[in-house]
Design a protein around this ligand. Structure first.
Ligand code: ZN
Length: 472
């Protein structure tokens, strides 16, 4: 504790010295005090002033803040209001949109329903048929049309010979082969290339290229197909073509056929049902493009040939009748032509029915009239048909006659049977050009140059009216 005693001693000594200095410093202090006070005041003032400034600033800040906040508040309110407006307008437009979309959907569905109903009930059958056509290969086998014989049953007047019909299945011909196929078909069958190409390129299951093609041409195509490795898409089907061995013989009786072997005139048309037979067909189910479906075989229904017909017409008698009719018409300048009908008096069978002018059955659309031949090519099709209709017409059957002249035979037969008259008594009757019956004068057709005295045979030959009225 010795060190503590030393410090206390030192302190006392220091106190003494300070007492002396204290008075002087007291003045100083006071002086300082005064100075300090004024300085202090100034500082304080500045401090205060600064404080006021600060406060003012704060107020300004607060004001600004307040303003800002208020603005913010209003902005927020405004924003809220705007949002509300947007929400409300959105609500309205949403409702509108909903209404519109419901309306649009209803309209679309109605259209769909109407369309479905249309397809189902109105177009249904047509579309079904189209689908069937698209998905099946249907090839017709034509039956052989019945033969027409004369009364002997040996002479053939009309016969069907075998020809070929060429069809293509465009969907089964490869794209790169189409032009090649069209070129070959147009060359072999002498057809226009563009037309054939259009058919080959068509999106269908079957197109007819050529009808009634002779065997040689069909064989040429078969060879080409083999050489070019094309075995599907081109079909060669058997068909028949009508042929008339005697050309114009009994043409107006027999009539002719159209391109589908249908009878258009005469016996060919009247006995169509007997002659035509029943068509057969080859059917085959395919895919939508007409392509083959594996495992689907062909369905073959064979054709049933038509019945033959034997006419009462005798080809020999018919030929004789036609020969002399032609001669008579030319010699007598019969501009209207003529007819001969030969009947078996015992049975009523018609042995010959000749008409002049007649036509070639193998070329029914070509005239046989010499005067028309030079201008034929320049005539319109309508005029040609008009002219042909005149010669197609079987006047012996189609035209009407006064019964008078045909009835003379009955009058004459009755008179002979009753023994009133004989056949060849010269001058038994006399034609004066007419006869009066019940006050009406009936003229002979040659009233301008009356027949005068004549036998029954001559009266028949002359078709003399007054003679038969007299016998009656
Ligand atoms: Zn007379």
């Amino acid at each position: 504790m010795g060190s503590g005693g030393k410090k206390r001693k030192g302190k006392r000594e220091g106190e003494g010295k300070r007492k002396i200095g204290r008075r002087a410093s007291k003045r100083k202090v006071e002086k300082n005090k005064k100075a300090t006070n004024t300085r202090f005041d100034k500082i304080e003032l500045i401090k205060l002033k600064n404080g006021i400034k600060e406060e003012k600033n704060n107020i300004d800040k607060i004001k600004k803040k307040m303003e800002k906040n208020q603005n913010k508040k209003y902005k927020k309110q405004l924003k809220d209001e705007k949002v509300k407006v947007i929400e409300k307008t959105g609500d309205i437009s949403r409702r509108k949109k909903l209404k519109i979309s419901i309306l649009v959907t209803t309209i679309i569905f109605t259209i769909f329903i109407v369309r479905i109903a249309w397809l189902q009930f109105i177009d249904g059958d047509k579309l079904k048929k189209m689908a069937h056509e698209q998905q099946s290969l249907d090839r017709v086998i034509n039956p052989r049309r019945g033969t027409i014989y004369d009364a002997t049953g040996k002479t053939v007047l009309a016969v069907s010979s075998t020809v070929n019909t060429i069809t293509v299945n465009p969907n089964n011909i490869a794209k790169e082969d189409k032009e090649k196929v069209a070129t070959a078909l147009s060359n072999i069958f002498e057809l226009e290339y563009e037309t054939v190409l259009r058919k080959v390129k068509r999106n269908t299951s079957s197109e007819t290229i050529a009808r009634k093609v002779e065997k040689e041409k069909a064989d040429e195509l078969r060879i080409w197909m083999k050489d070019n490795n094309i075995d599907i898409g081109i079909n060669i089907d058997e068909d028949t073509k009508r042929y008339y061995p005697y050309n114009s013989l009994a043409s107006q009786v027999i009539g002719f056929c159209g391109s589908d072997n249908q009878g258009l005139d005469g016996i060919e048309a009247i006995y169509e049902k007997e002659l035509q037979g029943e068509k057969g067909r080859i059917t085959k189910v395919t895919d939508a493009n007409g392509g083959e479906i594996e495992g689907e075989g062909e369905n073959y229904i064979s054709a049933k040939d038509g019945n033959d017909i034997i006419l009462s017409i005798d080809a020999t008698i018919q030929g004789i009748a036609e020969k002399y009719l032609k001669e008579a018409c030319i010699d007598n300048k019969c501009t209207d032509g003529g007819n001969i009908t030969i009947m078996n008096p015992k049975t009523g069978d018609i042995l010959a029915m000749a008409g002049y002018p007649n036509y070639n059955l193998n070329e029914p659309y070509e005239t046989t009239i010499e005067e028309l031949k030079p201008i034929w090519e320049n005539m319109s099709e309508t005029d040609q048909v008009k002219e042909m209709q005149k010669v197609w017409r079987n006047k012996a059957v189609a035209d009407t006659y006064e019964p008078g002249s045909t009835f003379k035979l009955i009058t004459a037969s009755a008179a002979l049977e009753e023994g009133i008259t004989t056949t060849d008594k010269e001058g038994e009757f006399c034609c004066t050009g007419g006869i009066t019956v019940a006050g009406v004068r009936i003229k002979c057709w040659r009233h301008y140059n009356p027949h005068g005295p004549e036998s029954l045979r001559k009266a028949l030959m002359n078709s003399c009216n007054p003679v038969f009225i007299g016998i009656g």
